[in-house]
Design a binder for this molecule. Structure first.
Ligand SMILES: Nc1ncnc2c1ncn2[C@@H]1O[C@H](COP(=O)(O)OP(=O)(O)OP(=O)(O)O)[C@@H](O)[C@H]1O
Ligand SMILES: [Mg+2]
Length: 148
């Protein structure tokens, strides 16, 4: 699998700016990877690039965060989903609309929620290490969640 090395936060920002240029409403990207591997950081950099607003200080505990802007973004963080049977009442499927880009953290927690055209990426690395982004990751081969 191709891998991109993100040596610093600045690298993550530059990568996000480049990736954002290729995204349009309706696109869905899922970010796998262990705790602290930089999923939220990359998603926020992408969101800033897509919306045109700096979202660095937005809350991080929400299941669904919506950002308006040039291209609207939905950020889903599925870490706390314990039971897939809860999904319909949570209404998260409404995040996947054709005018927004939807960025999903911890997709393994609700694989049935994600549309077929989702692009899967996986981050690795922690602490002061460089991060590595694996492209073309398949959700069906691995799972990193401690409870899985
Ligand atoms: N490319 C990078 N180089 C160095 N540090 C980074 C990089 N990307 C993220 N970090 C740092 O890693 C830490 C964890 O980042 P982040 O919260 O984005 O991880 P996460 O994968 O979303 O974790 P969680 O699974 O808990 O949600 C932060 O302190 C962040 O600044
Ligand atoms: Mg996170």
């Amino acid at each position: 699998m191709p891998r991109v090395q993100l040596t610093s936060l600045h690298d993550t920002q530059l990568f996000a700016q480049g990736l954002a240029l290729g995204l349009r409403g309706g696109d869905v990207i899922a970010f796998s990877g262990p705790i602290g591997s930089g999923k939220t950081t990359l998603i926020r950099s992408l969101t800033t690039a897509l919306t045109g607003d700096d979202v660095a200080s937005s809350p991080s505990f929400l299941l669904w965060q919506r950002y308006e802007g040039r291209i609207p973004v939905n950020h889903l963080d599925l870490y706390r989903i314990e039971n897939q049977a809860d999904l319909p009442e949570l209404g998260l499927h409404e995040a996947f609309d054709s005018s927004s880009v939807t960025l999903v953290e911890w997709p393994e927690q609700a694989p049935t929620l994600l549309p077929a055209h989702t692009v899967y990426l996986k981050l690795q690395g922690a602490g002061d290490e460089p991060r590595h982004l694996e492209l073309g990751y398949s959700l069906h081969e691995h799972s990193d969640h401690p409870g899985a």
